[in-house]
Design a protein around this ligand. Structure first.
Ligand code: SF4
Ligand code: SF4
Length: 312
């Protein structure tokens, strides 16, 4: 680690206080931009690219036109969207420079992501120290994907530990083994996703196969001896079949251990409106899974003798 590790930066798109789904207690969750996967159902599409991205909110826009003159690329025009007069952005012209943002009185435009140092992020975490300490919480690195920024993640986890905070990572585990070791070895808890057990299907759903991911999860548990929780984003029609949840539970029970909990995370639709704000159409329409269906999947997990729960 570099001597001035407090000054290492990464593009951060959110620092969420009072988070209760990203590890034990009340936590501060730090969302880093950039992810090697492209899950069809991504809940944080603004995290995909490791650079700032323009987000526009049609619902807030009054169509006043003040932003038009601020754009050096002439990418903004007034038009109609879903029957509403609003500023429309031509994404083929937009360079995501951010010049239009301050011109909007309605806060209908923003840039997702800005470079922050470890020191700046830690200052935000410190603000919640009282809640963190009284609840047994800590700091969680999420994204995006912390493994895409190993220097920052390593420095951030180290700095948080130095300050006395419990640390966790939420990760897709898709990175070379040495990067996984470098980052995960500094975390107290690793919340690791398994999206699908069949590698060909995994590639169709996320853009990458799953062998490296499963290897890294095994490595984290057996070699790095980390506390691991396996998380399955449960997406109706994509990975919520009896066969896939059975295969996932079998992998955890047989290749990891029965002390590794499995959390089934029901799909939610938040990512759909974010896609619209990024100027993308959501490619698929997914229903939120019913409580009964989630309970049935949970029973499959428990039948393997595993500690399971619905939600993080
Ligand atoms: S981010 Fe820059 S290029 Fe894009 S619409 Fe705004 S001002 Fe124009
Ligand atoms: S984005 Fe903001 S400045 Fe531009 S037309 Fe809408 S409300 Fe006006």
């Amino acid at each position: 680690m570099t001597e001035n590790y407090m000054e290492v930066t990464a593009p951060i798109f959110n620092i969420q206080s009072y988070s209760i789904h990203d590890g034990p207690g009340i936590r501060v969750t730090v969302f880093i931009k950039g992810c090697p996967l492209r899950c069809l159902w991504c809940a944080n599409p603004e995290s995909n690219l490791a650079r700032p991205q323009l987000m526009t909110y049609i619902a807030k826009c009054t169509g006043c036109g003040r932003c038009l003159g601020s754009c050096p690329e002439k990418a903004i025009s007034i038009g109609s969207k879903d029957g509403k007069v609003a500023a429309l952005t031509d994404r083929t012209l937009c360079t995501e420079c951010g010049a239009c943002i301050s011109s909007c009185p309605q806060e209908a435009r923003e840039l997702a992501g800005k470079e922050m140092t470890v020191r700046q992020v830690l200052e935000k975490v410190e603000r919640d120290r009282l809640f963190i300490e009284t609840s047994g919480g800590g700091m969680t690195l999420s994204g995006g994907e912390c493994l895409m920024h190993p220097e920052f993640s390593e420095a951030m986890l180290h700095a948080a530990h130095e300050a006395g905070f419990h640390t966790a990572v939420e990760s897709c585990s898709f990175a070379p083994n040495d990067v996984v070791e470098r980052v995960f070895s500094l975390a107290d808890l690793c919340l690791l996703d398994i999206k699908h057990m069949d590698s060909i299907t995994h590639k169709k759903l996320t853009g990458v196969p799953n062998e490296l991911i499963l290897d890294n999860i095994r490595y984290t548990y057996h070699i790095l001896k980390k506390q691991v929780i396996v998380r399955v984003p449960t997406i109706p029609g994509y990975n919520d079949s009896e066969a896939n949840i059975t295969a996932t539970a079998r992998f955890v029970a047989q290749k990891l251990g029965n002390d590794v909990p499995v959390h089934l995370l029901p799909y939610h639709r938040l990512g759909e409106s974010k896609n619209e704000s990024l100027g993308k159409d959501m490619d698929l329409s997914i229903e939120v899974p019913s409580d009964e269906h989630m309970q049935w999947l949970l029973e499959i997990v428990k039948n393997f003798g595993l500690d399971g729960q619905i939600g993080g």
